[in-house]
Structure formats: C-alpha cells, structure tokens
Design a protein around this ligand. Structure first.
Ligand SMILES: O=C(O)CCC(=O)C(=O)O
Length: 269
C-alpha cells in the first residue's frame, strides 16, 4: 500500500527551500542555480590522491572494527562522534565551504553513514527521498556523498532524478524482500518526477551534494571493485530534530543559537 508519510504523528514541513546564500565561498552562481533547479551538484573536488589513500585506510580500519563486532559494510553509521578520523572529514574546511554556499553559516552535521558495496554486492538502494526517512523539520538537509573509491556505472554509482526535489513528498511503499534494498522505502513511479536519471560518476576524493527531497538510489555492484561512499548530513542550525535525532550533532561552523542540537567535541578516539 502506498504511503505518503513515515511520521504521521509529527508535523514536518517537507518542501524544497532554495539556496540563496549571499557571500559565496566556493561555488559559482551557476552552480547554485543548478542545485536549485536539479537538486544536486556533481562532481566537486576535495581530497588529493594522498589524502584519498588516507581516507581509504581509515575506512579499511573501520570496516575491520565493525565486522569484528558482527556488522557489515553498511553498519558504519554515526561514527563521527566516536572516531576522530571520521570527525575530521565531517569538519574539513573544504567540504564545509561548499556546504555553506547551500545552507548558510550556521552548519550542523547530525549524521553520517558509509554506504559500501563490496565487489559483486547484490544489494541496491531503491529510489527514495532522504527527508522521508528523517523526523526533521523543515526539510533542509544537504548530503555530501564523498567518494572513498572510484564510482561508476559498473560498481553501482548513485543515480538521481534531476528536478524531483520540487515535488514535495512522493508516495512510497515499504520495499519487498526480493529487492534486496539496503534501506526500506521504494518511491512509486520515480521516473515521472523529473528528467531521465543522471549517474553520479566520481573519482575517489571527489564529492557530490544533494538535497533531501531529491529522488536517488543505486544499483547492485556488478564489478570486482569495491564502491564505498561516505554520506554526511548537514543542516542549518534552525532545523529541529524530533524523536531524539538531535543527539549526535557537531556544530561544524557558526553556532546553534536556538540550542536545537546536542553538540559533541572532537573525540579522543
Ligand atoms: O550510496 C548509495 O548508493 C546511496 C546513498 C544514499 O541513499 C544517500 O546518500 O542518501
């Protein structure tokens, strides 16, 4: 049965709020226009090749740690609070400069999640809107998807439906088991809501930005190469989190004058 709201008990404002920052740090006006029209920007350069190697080594350590505790390649969720190497990516000035151009100066990171498709991983991420999963209001989260490995059509790069963020909450159903969905929602008729899908191919060290109502997903990894992406969720501090979703935050730049978020310092590891 189609659903329109995963949290009917709380009132959320789910619509697209265009980026309109005055003093741009890094992005051009054209890029901001593209973000407002299409809902994403890709690719953007961040890390050098030696830094990318370090990011990969960090992830290799994290995956060892999680698998030793019974986790898998999708279990590293929210480790920015406990692991300094992850905290350092989340607060990297180059990433925050891009994010500031979209959401302004008071920047809070409330969540992170590595989506790692191992070689020949049969799982997909079905078409979905992020905001649909989150008890946050208003819907102003921007996601950084940082490529830890190269990502392309063969190893299950993320795809987006450009323009779909302008349609508010789109109906979805709870995914069927045979979909092998990493998450649990599947948007209905996704291709009716925008331009034909665009594949976000990137080299390791590059990143994309997408807004939380943009339809996106990814196919299984049909290659012998790993495809790991690190997602970082940022909001302007005025966004409110319900059901305790404000507990794992880092104020990455500026302040949180309303005290909406519980702020964590850099962990000592
Ligand atoms: O990495 C993927 O394939 C999907 C990531 C995703 O769904 C997200 O960033 O919200």
């Amino acid at each position: 049965m189609a659903k329109t709201d995963a949290f009917p008990e709380i009132e959320r404002e789910l619509r697209y709020f265009p980026a309109n920052t005055n003093e741009l740090q890094t992005l051009s006006k054209d890029k901001i226009q593209q973000f407002n029209d299409k809902g994403f920007i890709c690719p953007l350069d961040v890390y050098s090749s030696s830094e990318t190697k370090t990011n990969r080594e960090t992830f290799d350590k994290l995956i060892k740690e999680t698998t030793s505790k019974g986790g898998d390649s999708y279990s590293i969720n929210g480790w920015h609070r406990t692991h300094s190497a992850v905290y350092d990516i989340v607060t990297d000035t180059r990433i925050i400069n891009y994010v500031q151009d979209i959401i302004g100066k008071n920047i809070v990171c409330w969540g992170t999640h590595y989506f790692c498709k191992m070689p020949n991983d049969s799982k997909r991420v079905s078409w979905h809107q992020d905001a649909s999963y989150w008890p946050l209001t208003p819907s102003k989260t921007v996601t950084v998807w940082l490529a830890i490995d190269d990502t392309d059509s063969q190893n299950g790069a993320m795809q987006v439906v450009p323009g779909s963020h302008l349609h508010g909450q789109i109906d979805f159903e709870i995914s069927k088991k045979e979909e092998e969905n990493v998450l649990n929602q599947t948007a209905l008729n996704p291709l009716d809501y925008g331009e034909p899908p665009t594949l976000l191919e990137m080299h390791a060290g590059q990143m994309s930005l997408h807004t939380d109502l943009l339809l996106h997903g990814s196919e299984p990894n049909r290659s012998h190469r790993r495809r790991c992406g690190f997602t970082i969720r940022y909001v302007p501090s005025e966004v409110r989190a319900l059901n305790g979703w404000n507990e794992n935050a880092i104020v990455c730049r500026g302040e949180d004058p309303e005290g909406n978020w519980k702020h964590w310092p850099r962990p000592k590891d």
